[in-house]
Design a protein around this ligand. Structure first.
Ligand code: M6R
Length: 610
């Protein structure tokens, strides 16, 4: 969940390191720090609580300079977000380490190292790494060997960057369960948790593989595998448009990303649809052999991605005629489940780095799944690289912590997958064409929902004084109620709960009074009458109802409710369309409450720890 960057450069690298780190702030933002080698034997560091801007300010009073350095932005796991717990961690003023991940055996190591005389200055699991490397350096006097020996004692998931005061032109990085890339630049070579951090300094990259150790010494970059054997890894040229990572005219990244959805959705299906037919190559050649063998689906994901999975269950069952189960990864990984023959595991993760989701797929073959498919927005993520079949959502870089365009593009991929599997499973050709046409119509319909922006900004005023809100949906739109409530919770800190509307009278109705705004999703389907009854139940308890309703529905009988007219869409694609106004409502509520929309408290975009 933390972000790390390191560099061995030709010129002073402090400002560059901070700029690179700022691009990783989405991974954690409760404290940050930097360590540089100012001269041989002169290792200096500065750390600050809060966002990276605080570190920049601190650097004005205590400037640092150096050509070799490491930086870190933290999402606290072990120990509160204090300066002492912020990285880099030092050992004896000789070694500096930054770490992303969790060291599971840190407690035993800490006791052992304390026994050997090492003093600890933080509550983190990470500090053991610095002392452990120091211990081995005492024996080897060689940083590369010391890191290699130390890593063999560590259990858990980590990416680390290490520098040593006596080896002034050297930077070592290790990838073990947490992502790490190497960037080759004009002014030097870098490592970082995500290549997004290095877009301004490098165009050529190597994605390290699990267990890789990279040794950057002056201008040389050498990679070793887990066994310390030299290995070659493919170097890739990547171009990032600056537009993709700039906010442009928008106040927040989240706002920009909400408004990018018509384009992101179109981009995601563009390469797959030809004259409304899903092209053969969409799910790769291997899919042709695999898909006829699929008898059922198991979806696994976390957070918003899990809600995308809940929507997809309806599609897999109704369109592809395949039984489907959806589980939260952190639950499934510790659960004994019966896996029927022919079960395809579908893992959804915008980051492709979520620890729990990765843990489930890494057991996939062993426990008997037919194969596993990855759906992610990050092509180079562990999830995508390890999958039997990988499908990229073309949402473009998403920087706001709250998922928006990555969520709707996940839905597009899942919809395409359900049609494709349906075609092997008796889906009528005309129906398939109707569904793909509905997909084609989406970008224009999403544009129409964005026109509601001003209305939703006004509506948000009602929410800012509330403590709670209720979201109701049914059937395929129930997961969208869940997603709308999650957006409201995570960025505006209003307690929002979602229920299938039919459950209302089984408990949550007790919460409804004049202080409870109730958001209702009313697409045009066979459940409209049922939903209308639920709305009446809320009105009878003086709850304030806001209905997002298909424009073709006559809502006049609902009486005193606020009706927001949605584009006319078939029920199958309603989840994608109804997501956008709920994102906008949460966004405007958070802005009006003065919350930090792009970096909500306590959260991070990549959840690389359990
Ligand atoms: O990267 P993932 O999709 O695996 O992340 C899972 C959740 O952490 C994520 O969907 C989270 O719930 C959203 N960012 C919330 O908006």
């Amino acid at each position: 969940m933390c972000g790390i960057v390191g560099a061995v450069a030709k010129n002073d690298i402090v400002t560059t390191l901070l700029n690179c780190l700022q691009c990783l702030e989405y991974r954690g933002y409760d404290s940050s720090g930097i360590a540089v080698l100012e001269a041989p034997q002169v290792l200096r560091r500065l750390r600050a609580v809060g966002k990276i801007d605080n570190l920049r300010t601190a650097l004005q009073d205590f400037p640092l300079a150096g050509k070799v350095g490491i930086v870190h932005t933290r999402w606290a796991t072990h120990g509160a977000p204090t300066e002492a717990n912020a990285h880099p961690h030092f050992s004896q003023n000789e070694i500096a380490v930054v770490h992303n991940g969790i060291i599971e055996n840190y407690y035993e190591l800490r006791e052992e190292l304390q026994g050997a005389g090492y003093e600890f200055h933080s509550e983190t699991d990470s500090e053991v790494i610095a002392h452990l490397i120091h211990k081995y350096y005492q024996k080897t006097h060689n940083l590369l060997q010391a890191v290699h020996l130390a890593r063999q004692c560590l259990s858990g998931m980590y990416a680390i960057a290490v520098i040593h005061a006596s080896e002034p032109n050297r930077l070592i990085g290790v990838r073990q369960g947490s992502s790490l890339v190497v960037g080759f630049g004009e002014n030097g070579h870098f490592i970082a948790s995500d290549c997004v951090a290095l877009t301004s300094v490098a165009e050529e990259f190597i994605y390290l593989q699990e267990g890789d150790l990279v040794d950057i010494y002056d201008t040389q970059v050498v990679i070793y595998d887990n066994e310390c054997q030299l290995v070659e890894r493919e170097q890739q040229i990547l171009h990032f448009s600056s537009e993709a990572i700039e906010r442009g005219v928008y106040k927040h990244y989240m706002q920009k990303e909400i408004f990018e959805q018509p384009y992101a959705v179109a981009n995601t299906f563009a390469e797959c649809l030809h004259s409304n037919l899903i092209s053969d190559g969409t799910f790769s050649v291997a899919a042709k052999e695999l898909f006829p063998k699929v008898k059922r689906i198991q979806i696994v994901a976390c957070g918003s991605s899990y809600y995308a999975g809940l929507v997809a269950r309806y599609w897999f069952e109704a369109i592809a005629n395949l039984p489907c189960r959806v589980d939260i990864a952190s639950e499934l990984r510790y659960q004994k489940t019966v896996i029927e023959p022919g079960t395809l595991l579908v893992a959804i993760s915008q980051s492709g780095e979520t620890a729990d989701t990765l843990a489930v797929v890494r057991q996939a073959r062993e426990v008997g799944y037919l194969a596993w498919v990855a759906i992610s927005n990050v092509a180079a993520s562990a999830l995508m690289r390890e999958a039997d079949l990988a499908f990229l959502t073309h949402a473009g870089i998403e920087i706001g912590v709250a998922s928006t365009k990555t969520f709707t593009t996940q839905l597009v991929v899942l919809f395409l997958l359900s049609i494709t599997l349906g075609e092997y499973n008796g889906l009528d050709e005309q129906r398939a064409l109707q569904l793909t046409q509905a997909l084609r119509n989406l970008p224009a319909q999403l544009e129409q929902t964005l026109v509601l922006d001003a209305v939703l900004q006004k509506l948000a005023k009602k929410f800012i004084t509330k403590q709670h809100a209720l979201y109701l949906g049914r059937n395929i739109c129930y997961p969208i109620a869940l997603e709308g409530a999650l957006k409201m919770k995570e960025i505006s800190y209003i307690h929002a709960e979602a229920y299938p509307a039919g459950e209302l009278k089984h408990g949550p109705l007790a919460l409804v009074d004049e202080n409870m705004p109730v958001v209702v999703l009313l697409p045009k389907d066979e459940l409209v009458a049922k939903m209308e009854s639920n709305i009446k139940e809320v009105q009878a308890r003086r709850g304030e109802v806001i209905v997002f309703a298909d424009s073709s529905l006559d809502c006049s009988e609902l009486g005193d409710v606020m009706v927001i007219k949605m584009p006319e869409v078939i029920k199958e694609v309603a989840p994608i369309v109804y997501t956008l106004p709920l994102q906008l409502l949460a966004y405007h509520t958070a802005v009006q409450k003065g919350a930090d929309v792009d970096q909500p408290r306590n959260l991070a975009k990549s959840v690389t720890v359990e």
